[in-house]
Write a protein that binds this ligand. Structure first.
Ligand code: SF4
Length: 55
């Protein structure tokens, strides 16, 4: 369980090992937002590239 809460990174992905869990925030100091389409046209084309599955 991560104790850090980064108030600047809101996130609802509780399945991620970096989620703060006690708040709707990420615990990392920095994340990388990526796209999985050649040319991003909607927000659905973007993802958190720092996501990792919880163990
Ligand atoms: S790494 Fe990305 S998906 Fe995981 S908690 Fe942080 S912002 Fe959310």
């Amino acid at each position: 369980m991560h104790q850090n809460i980064n108030p600047s990174i809101g996130c609802t992905v509780h399945e991620c090992k970096y989620h703060a869990q006690t708040a709707e925030k990420c615990s990392l100091n920095e994340i990388k937002v990526v796209k999985h389409e050649e040319n991003a046209t909607t927000k659905e084309c973007t993802d958190c590239g720092s996501f990792e599955k919880q163990n």
